[in-house]
Design a protein around this ligand. Sequence first.
Ligand SMILES: [Zn+2]
Length: 327
Amino acid sequence: MTALLPWQQSQWDHIVKRIQQDTMPHALLLNGAEGIGKQRFAEHLAAAITCQSSIADAPCGVCKSCSLQQAGTHPDIILITPEEKGKAIKIDAIRDLIEMSGKTTQNGKQRVVIISPAEAMNRAAANALLKTLEEPVPSTQILMVTHALKRLPATILSRCQRLDFRQIPNEMASEWLESQLDASLASQALAFTGGAPLLALEQSERVAAASERLQNLLQVAQRAANPVSIAENWSGEENSIVFDDLSRIFADLTRYLATGVEDFRYLPDSSSTYLQIAAVCEQDALFRFIDEMQTLRMKQAHNLNAQMMYEKLIVSWLALTRPRKAS
Ligand SMILES: [Zn+2]
């Protein structure tokens, strides 16, 4: 059973009321930060809508429809996601959906379509979906999931109702994550993902590598490591992971240099490393490095040689940092 997460009760109560009053919007947009369980909520809702029992406020979990949902093989629950993580949802997927919506459902109930993440739709896909939103089919419930509302076209936004998912209280997030992970890792992973428990569960293995990356930046600044071997090491990982790590690290460093407050949110256990780095670079240098990093990140699709890209980046970092002379 795709269980409701403990912090989703108020959103669930709201939706149950809408279903009972028969005022469910044709298209619902589940909006909130990445990794807080919006897609799980959509799946739970899909199960409830297609469930064959008469329980009003939750899927029964035992009927044929619920079993198919749990197995991920329900013919009337359609999940549209990019073929590969980080890639676009293309028009073909939306065309299939339009074609299907003309047909009757397998069990006489509604068909539920989950589009996740909705902002991954390319322009052609979004335009095709727009037609469906303009001429709703009563037997089809559309659930869109997004963590980047601003990237959705205004025309789409104006045709669906929003259900917002807010930041989860830290205590609730920790309690849930500690039921899945060792407590110390749970706390590090939760910090690393900015308090998003499902993302923390997915990325918990990445905390150690990110701490090492922070350490690498210090070693380079201290002229204690060879940029070429660090670049080699980094190029063994997916580019998006390396850039995500660096973005988090530099967000922490920028905040510290601007405020002087030792609030290292993403890797709090590495505060001494952050402080040593902050001691050898100026705020201007940080901004220049961040610019360079963003430019390289945008160009990475065209840049086939990751090793060379990281060498360039690390050498820039070397040039922007000035180790203090021992006095
Ligand atoms: Zn059921």
